[in-house]
Write a protein that binds this ligand. Structure first.
Ligand code: FES
Ligand SMILES: [Fe+2]
Length: 401
């Protein structure tokens, strides 16, 4: 199973992503047999999206210890490269060490708790020097120097005062960090067969290009829903990317706690006449991976987006949208091309359309117009998402708030 791509005159051969290919194949069968999805509808209380007490429980049970995507290893090219990440509520410092290993720490000095790095984007340093009293930490987090130690702290054991390390896992370049130092990360279990798809999409060979961070007045679940919704694509996006897709030709499938989706592009029907080894999932469809609880990876024809959500309140969410490209831009013209491609999706589609309607829906929640939201057959993967939450937290009832 292989697809041949030309990149700058070079032929590269990609294996088909096994898990998404099954979804793609099933969708193609639906089209061939003119099969419509089974009717599946659902209702959800609006207070599920506004209840602060329920939100606190979600944060505690779904986010506090969960391994969350905080970036891509290509952001840290050389030893000493580091960035800070505060969106989860924990001050996280991520750094590539002299041994080339990427580690995550709490960005907090072990003396009297001052923040160590305030890097804006990716910065480089030989060590971390606390601004207050200049305790120095090596890139692997060990405490290497305490000024005037013999007078001030004659009994201090430096080996016990290294930076507090956080669990970190990497899958094809995606960096997952838990904010709980005692948590453990098992990406094999968490991602299952999706790991092979990431390999087939060469996620690990991609490089970080750009990221934007915005805060939206919308419940985090509304935003996840927008990226699982097969019903809106040709409607909400009719002036932008909508015409590239077929209406109502989409399929999703749960994989553990994650959800894979395929939305057919206009070119999809051509795949009916092709052998399986000629299918090109990036041209014939748009594939997305929802990684529970807060990340959506979207495979566009020529780059990959990640959208990670960090809720701060029932009605407020920090949204990080990053762009990964197959190779670093070789010149300014190439960089300008990717900048344009990224902005079309970030500003024209995500901000102006998807995230806009999420904020509009949140306003509607508080109006009292709807006690419940309604979901139909082309929104059924949203119901899967809420089932996953219920499996972990128990069912939501307004009284539980
Ligand atoms: S608080 Fe960091 S050196 Fe004192
Ligand atoms: Fe959308």
């Amino acid at each position: 199973m292989a697809t041949i791509h030309r990149h700058a005159g070079v032929m590269t051969m990609n294996a088909l992503p096994p898990a998404q290919t099954e979804v793609f194949s099933a969708l193609l069968d639906d089209l061939r047999l003119e099969r419509k999805p089974d009717v599946r509808t659902g209702e959800i209380d609006t207070s599920y999206y506004t209840d602060e007490n329920w939100f606190k429980q979600e944060h505690q049970q779904l986010f506090a210890a969960a391994p969350l995507v905080i970036g891509h290893s290509s952001m840290l090219q050389k030893p000493g490269d580091h960035f800070v990440h505060d969106h989860s509520g924990k001050p996280i410092l991520v750094v590539r060490g002299k041994d080339d290993q990427i580690r995550a720490f709490l960005n907090v000095c072990r003396h009297r708790g001052v923040r160590l790095s305030n890097a804006d984007g990716v910065a480089n340093t030989p060590s971390f020097v606390c601004p207050y009293h200049n305790w120095i930490y090596a890139l692997d987090g060990t405490l290497s120097k305490v000024p005037l130690q013999s007078e001030c702290f004659p009994d201090l054991d430096k080996s016990c005062h290294g930076l507090k390390e956080l669990p970190l896992g990497e899958c094809e370049g995606l960096l997952f960090v838990s904010g709980d130092p005692d948590a453990s990360i098992n990406l094999q279990q968490q991602l299952g067969p999706i790991q092979d798809d990431f390999k087939a999409f060469r996620l690990g060979d991609h490089v970080f290009f750009r990221e934007s961070v915005t805060t939206k007045k919308a419940n985090w679940k509304l935003i996840i829903e927008a990226f699982l919704d097969g019903y809106h694509v040709v409607r909400l996006h009719r002036k932008t990317v909508g015409p590239m897709f077929l209406d109502g030709v989409a399929k999703s499938q749960r994989s553990g706690d994650n959800i894979m989706s395929v939305v057919a592009r206009q070119e999809f029907e051509r795949a009916l006449e092709l052998d399986r080894n000629e299918w090109d999932l990036r041209r014939h469809a748009s594939c997305a991976f929802f990684l529970f609880p807060n990340t959506t990876i979207i495979v566009h024809p020529d780059y990959i987006s990640y959208l990670t959500l960090f809720p701060t309140a029932a009605n407020e969410t920090i949204c990080v949208h990053g762009c990964l490209i197959a190779e670093a831009p070789r010149d300014e013209k190439a960089a300008a091309h990717w900048e344009r491609a990224y902005n079309i999706i970030e500003e024209g589609v995500f901000q102006a359309e998807d995230l806009f309607v999420c904020e509009q829906a949140q306003i509607g929640m508080n109006s009292g117009a709807n006690d419940k939201l309604l979901f139909g057959s082309y929104e059924s993967s949203i119901l899967d998402f809420h089932h996953i939450i219920a499996e972990k937290m128990g069912p939501y009832t307004p009284a539980s708030g």
